[in-house]
Ligand binder design. Structure first.
Ligand code: F0G
Length: 454
């Protein structure tokens, strides 16, 4: 069979409220041309993020009902711990309310001024937590990872020669080496098992721990199975276990590859670090057997982890993005290649080359997608990264629009609709105008800034 169908039936639905173009133009204007300020029921297809937006399964909703809300020692925690350990065999598994809380726990303990933490590419919140502790967050992606149009099987890989050089020159300033799988900020691109092992080896040779930000570990494992030599006959679970076997701990957002709407964890092998993390957890998140979550959330995660490693699901998941990216590519829309695991990234700076970077081509495209078709994506470019700490403004390295796919939420006809909206835009793309910022906060401006079209 040629068609890869959604490997599920839909038992419970959420209606989409239809809107007209005129309505959307008004709503976007009222929102100060900031898509974060829209009410989500004014959005037809919401591709703002794949985080916390998954459709839970009937089995997960069933598990929610078995959640035990005891303050300490709830069976829900032990089910959660066993489900994590089945995939990632760490000694200490510490729940947290989401990924960034786990990052905060870790980096508030190991990051300090004068230290540097390398990664293939840190996600924003990881960077934020490292910098908040006074340390430097250093990205060392491979050169291929920086060129959107270039095809490469493991574009999320870390540049191991650069890592080796950093460790040789400044090893004593490096408290740990991180790896983000998949590489979200680098386009949802996978990291090979070989690269993960190589980075771990370098860290360990210098006596440093190696940690994985594992948010999209199952998508990464699927790419390894498809693309890495010798992995084709192995199960996703085996690949996942191999991935984490070489690491000393992980941070996780269960809002991604655990099909949960909230949750996360920090896992560690080091007893003393785990004890310090648990003490801090009690101070900031909650007792170590719930970590800021309800027992029912822990059960939803435990069940979700058994479902995420299903190959039929992963095949459909990754194919949806590839399908959209291929149609856009055929149409001449420049997309990040190959398609990532959780999102399609469009190179707006190239497609809307008549809009200079400081007039925000990525943001202009995101606004046009909403006005044209009610699609909400997210600019990853100059609006997000252009304002420097000294107050100056510079173009970001790229101006991309990320269309992130919620898990198990949209169907093939939604994918076709997204392609059609791009077809409409392609016909009049030279009329899409840039924007100027009329109001912005001192930092993280993309969430709250207000704009006017030029
Ligand atoms: N690490 C990565 C790679 C992420 O993509 C995210 C979240 C986090 C950590 C933080 O997890 O949201 O549970 O606190 N990414 C979302 C996104 C927000 O839209 O890409 P969190």
């Amino acid at each position: 069979m040629k068609t890869i169908i959604e490997p599920f039936r839909i038992k419970s639905v959420e209606p989409i409220r239809m809107t007209t173009r005129e309505e959307r133009e008004r709503l976007l204007k009222e929102a100060g041309y900031n898509l974060f300020k829209l009410h989500s029921d004014d959005v037809l297809i919401d591709l703002l993020t794949d985080s916390g937006t998954s459709a839970m399964s009937a089995a997960q909703w069933g598990a929610v009902m078995t959640g035990d809300e005891s303050y300490a020692g709830a069976p829900s925690f032990y089910r959660f711990e066993a489900a994590v350990r089945d995939l990632m065999d760490f000694k200490h598994i510490i729940p947290a309310h989401q990924g960034r809380a786990a990052e905060h726990l870790l980096f508030s303990l190991i990051a300090k001024p004068g230290l540097v933490i390398p990664s293939n590419t840190h996600f924003d919140t990881t960077r934020g937590n490292i910098e908040a502790a006074g340390a430097e967050a250093l990205d060392l992606p491979i050169a291929e990872g920086k060129i959107p149009s270039l095809d490469h099987p493991f574009k999320g890989n870390m540049d191991l020669a650069e890592l080796e050089r950093l460790m040789a020159e400044r090893g004593e300033d490096v408290p740990c080496v991180m790896m983000t799988i998949t590489n979200n900020a680098g386009g949802g691109q996978p990291v090979s098992l070989e690269n993960i092992r190589g980075a771990a080896e370098i860290a360990h040779a210098h006596g440093k721990p190696f940690f994985i930000d594992g948010c999209r570990f199952a998508e990464n494992a699927w790419f390894i199975k498809l693309r890495e030599n010798g992995q084709q006959d192995r199960s996703i679970k085996e690949i996942v276990r191999d991935t984490f076997r070489v690491s000393d701990g992980m941070t996780m957002s269960a809002k991604k590859d655990a099909f949960a709407n909230i949750g996360g964890w920090l896992a560690l092998n080091d007893d003393s670090l785990a004890e310090q993390a648990r003490t801090r957890l009690i101070q900031t998140e909650g007792f170590p057997t719930y970590g800021g979550l309800a027992g029912r959330d822990l059960d939803a995660i435990a069940q979700g982890l058994t479902e995420i490693v299903d190959e039929d699901y992963l095949r459909y998941r990754v194919r949806t993005n590839a399908y959209i990216a291929e149609r856009l590519d055929e149409m001449g829309v420049p997309v990040m290649k190959p398609a990532g695991g959780h999102a399609v990234f469009v190179d707006a700076r190239e497609w809307l080359s008549h809009i200079p970077p400081l007039e925000y081509p990525g943001h202009a495209l995101a606004c046009a997608l909403y006005e044209e078709g009610g699609i909400r994506g997210c600019e990853i470019g100059t609006v997000m990264f252009g304002r420097k700490p000294d107050g100056s403004e510079e173009p970001a390295r790229m101006d991309l629009v990320r269309l992130a796919m919620p898990r198990r939420v949209y169907t093939q006809s939604h994918a076709d609709y997204i392609v059609e909206v791009f077809e409409e835009l392609a016909a009049r793309k030279d009329d899409i105008r840039g924007l100027k910022i009329v109001k912005e906060p001192p930092m993280m401006r993309h969430f709250t800034a207000e704009f006017e079209p030029l």
